[in-house]
Design a protein around this ligand. Structure first.
Ligand SMILES: NC(=O)c1ccc[n+]([C@@H]2O[C@H](COP(=O)([O-])OP(=O)(O)OC[C@H]3O[C@@H](n4cnc5c(N)ncnc54)[C@H](OP(=O)(O)O)[C@@H]3O)[C@@H](O)[C@H]2O)c1
Length: 202
């Protein structure tokens, strides 16, 4: 399968490794990194990318910026950037790619544990993650041509050491486990699912 993967960071690089190990061709995308460049907040740049890529069978997102800030201190700019980045950015991916993705193709977006679990200053993240998951559940019922859409919801990654101090008492997940969830969503007939790697059961 030819898979277009947004994000080359902690999650994106692990997803790329797992997909390549399983025989897939991955085109990685970032604003400045990756094989090709596009900005999720700019739908014209996404349309230009997808129009130019030729046939592709899946789009996966391991990208999208969101701020952490206490509710009473979060600025207009932090809210707007988070909504435009991780929220509308991922919705834009789907809207821009739909006219070009192969029949039966799949979309895999990313949310996170904050959808359900609190940390101090996490209400921005919770709001945006719910926006993404709400979109996935709604869009799954309207996917044309046998296409599918799912979402990966990881807890904090063991490799993301800069985030660990904000997730006190949370059990981190290895990037490879998260990457395998992307593979599961892409390779199997799942639709409208949120694949959780929360590690909050104990
Ligand atoms: N790491 C965690 O512990 C964790 C846990 C749960 C959920 N998540 C979510 O997973 C996603 C990825 O996290 P990460 O830690 O892997 O991120 P990361 O290491 O900071 O990497 C982010 C990647 O996204 C790309 N990117 C960011 N904004 C973009 C845009 N507007 N257009 C195109 N590409 C863009 C960046 O490339 P350029 O710099 O080249 O643009 C970069 O490759 C985020 O949405 C995050 O909220 C992360």
């Amino acid at each position: 399968m030819k898979i277009v993967l947004f994000g080359t960071g902690a999650i994106g690089s692990a997803v790329k490794d797992v997909l390549v190990e399983h025989g897939h061709a991955v085109v990685s995308i970032g604003r400045t990194s990756g094989d090709r460049q596009a900005d999720m907040t700019d739908i014209a740049s996404l349309t230009a990318l997808f129009r130019d890529l030729g046939t592709f069978h899946a789009v996966a997102s391991a990208a999208g910026e969101v701020s952490g800030a206490p509710l009473e201190k979060a600025t207009d700019e932090q809210w707007a950037k988070s909504i435009a980045g991780k929220g509308m950015g991922q919705i834009n991916l789907v809207r821009a790619a739909l006219p070009y993705i192969a029949d039966g193709g799949s979309f895999t977006l990313v949310s996170g544990v904050l959808t359900e679990e609190p940390i101090p200053g996490g209400s921005l993240g919770r709001t945006i993650n719910n926006m993404v998951e709400g979109f996935v559940k709604g869009a799954a019922t309207e996917m044309p041509r046998g296409c599918r859409i799912n979402c990966i919801s990881p807890t904090v990654l063991a490799e993301s050491t800069h985030y660990l101090p904000y997730f006190v008492g949370y059990t981190p997940v290895p990037a490879r486990e998260v990457a395998l969830a992307y593979l599961r969503a892409i390779a199997n007939p799942l639709n409208g699912r949120i694949l959780k790697l929360h590690k909050t059961d104990s």
